[in-house]
Design a protein around this ligand. Structure first.
Ligand SMILES: Cc1ncc(COP(=O)(O)O)c(C=O)c1O
Length: 364
């Protein structure tokens, strides 16, 4: 049968394949999602929405109350001024990334993103007809500004992701500002994926949108509130950009799930200590897992964000770890420059992390 080339050429994510191969007593440190349950008051918001019959289509942009709450959140937490009309509620950050690319990429346009980087960026750029243009990180897994500026020549868009998946690296203000300002000079749009903004240990998050209007801010309730399955994200940008993105959103989705939008409203307007509670737990788990690996002789800088460690190790050892029943993701799943690394997620209980460390120690 004939299929569209742009789809046929895409590879299915290697991460999923690994999970499918996992045995029953495996410890899964491969997951990119919180292991916490969604907080009770958020679930209550959804239950109430169902009971009140709020189960029809919502406005394409999303329910006004949620866009108001997001507008206030951006102002309060990110120093960003987006009016409610400049925010689209999406089906997770995934849909937001998709519609951003569909709205701005023309055939052959180059889209920059970090290598190693989150698996979706290159695939979504290709689906939009663009040309994925991975830019290698520096030796410390930070964005290499010189290489980025060079690659920006003639590019259409750049995806910025801090805190980053898979490295956990948090970029400093001068990097975020430098990229946005240089991109503005070059006519490049910055797509800033900030889904891990709240999981930062000691460093500070800088939202790219503070430094220029050429930024599309992507965010989500998914990681922040342990709501990955609810599928709620957002895309915020200038009205001119929103008007184009809305066309794509309207035709592919109509609107985000009504019930999930009411749940997200409770998340953004409710008690924020649920977020700091999860952050503190991730912090302790990062120290536990990183400390254990470092004691075994693995040498890597402590990442300051997200819930990942990106650890240098050879392919044979990665395979031995996976064979021992500890699922981790080989670095090449995130790009060519991920070779020689493995991603460990610490979105798993401390008991699981202890057990994983025991199994790995036995392999040495
Ligand atoms: C960097 C990054 N962006 C976006 C997403 C997708 O988020 P969502 O579940 O909100 O679609 C993920 C999920 O792992 C991610 O790691």
């Amino acid at each position: 049968m004939q299929f569209a080339e742009r789809v046929q050429n895409l590879e299915i994510s290697g991460i999923r394949k690994l999970f499918e191969a996992a045995g029953p007593d495996s410890i899964n440190l491969g997951l990119g999602q919180p292991d916490f349950d969604t907080p009770a008051h958020i679930k209550e918001g959804a239950i109430q929405a169902i009971q009140e019959g709020k189960t029809g289509y919502t406005p394409n942009l999303g329910i006004p109350e949620l866009r108001d709450a997001l507008s206030r959140k951006f102002d309060r937490e990110n120093g960003l001024r987006y009016a409610p009309s400049e925010i689209i509620v999406t089906a997770g950050a995934s849909e937001a990334l998709h519609i951003a690319m569909q709205a701005i990429i023309n055939p052959g346009d180059r889209v920059l993103f970090s290598d190693p980087g989150f698996v979706s960026y290159g695939a979504l750029a290709e689906l939009a007809g663009g040309v994925p243009s991975p830019v290698p990180l520096d030796d410390h897994l930070h964005i290499d500004l010189d290489a980025t500026f060079e690659a920006m020549d003639g590019a259409r868009a750049m995806v910025l992701n801090s805190p980053a998946n898979p490295t956990g690296v948090v970029e400093p203000e001068e990097t975020i500002r430098g990229i946005v300002e240089y991109a503005d000079d070059q006519g490049v749009i910055v797509i800033s994926d900030e889904v891990y903004e709240h999981f930062i240990y000691g460093a500070t998050h800088y939202s790219a949108g503070r430094y220029g209007a050429n930024v599309i801010t992507i965010n989500a309730a998914s990681k922040t509130y342990a709501m990955t399955g609810w599928r709620i994200g957002s895309l915020a940008a200038t009205q001119e950009i929103i008007d184009e993105c809305l066309k794509v959103h309207q035709y592919i989705l109509a609107c985000a799930t009504s019930i999930s939008q009411y749940a997200a409203l409770c998340a953004y307007t409710g008690d924020q200590s649920v977020v700091t509670g999860m952050r503190d737990e991730y912090h302790a788990r990062r120290d536990l897992l990183a400390g254990g690996l470092q004691e075994m002789g693995f040498d890597f800088p402590l990442p300051e964000g997200a819930f990942y460690l990106f650890v240098p190790m050879d392919q044979d050892f990665i395979e031995a770890i996976i064979s021992s029943g500890v699922i981790i993701v080989p670095g090449p799943a995130f790009g060519d420059k991920g070779r020689g690394y493995a991603r460990f997620s610490y979105a798993a209980s401390r008991d699981m992390l202890h057990e994983a460390l025991n199994r790995i120690e036995q392999l040495l």
